[in-house]
Design a binder for this molecule. Structure first.
Ligand code: AMP
Length: 144
């Protein structure tokens, strides 16, 4: 979708994931937020936390919904054991010029390990079986 900087497209890919129209490897859901694995992970365990509010970016989301997203990021990130302890990169892009490609607010959780570089952006689709196994592992930790 073109980035017109304003409108929310209810048919964007994350809206479709929320509606259950497109599959994903879900790791967490509550009333306000939803989290799943990135299909082109920069590192193993790369996850996305999204709001259920129809908001395209940081400037469109309500402060309450944003707080809920960030609370989930804070809880979830250290539980993704692909990260070494709390070495986690948190990223969030606003607008195409800033690198946003899906115009539904989302926060990246990218586990990091010393000496292990990130894969290039949008480089390679992950093996669905590997994503499934990673999602199961994360869910097991969350359900602890
Ligand atoms: P950005 O808008 O640049 O912050 O990033 C969007 C992210 O969504 C990218 O890292 C993509 O790999 C990821 N992505 C795009 N489509 C899907 C999908 N169907 N399932 C999971 N992740 C996706």
């Amino acid at each position: 979708m073109a980035d017109n900087g304003a409108t929310y497209d209810p048919e964007n890919i994350f809206a479709k994931i929320l509606k259950g129209e497109i599959p994903c490897h879900k790791i967490y859901e509550d009333e306000d937020t939803f989290a799943f694995l990135d299909i082109m992970p920069r590192t193993d365990g790369h996850a996305l936390v999204i709001t259920k509010e129809p908001a395209r970016d940081l400037f469109a989301i309500s402060p309450g919904a944003l707080a809920k997203v960030m609370a989930v990021v804070q809880t979830l990130a250290p539980k993704i054991k692909e990260a070494s302890a709390r070495r986690v990169l948190i990223q969030q892009f606003n607008g195409a010029a800033a690198g946003q490609t899906v115009f539904h607010l989302h926060v990246h959780i990218v586990p990091r390990k010393a000496g292990v570089p990130m894969r290039p952006e949008a480089a390679k689709m992950a093996d669905p079986e590997e994503l499934k196994a990673t999602a199961e592992k994360i869910k097991a930790v969350l359900e602890g």
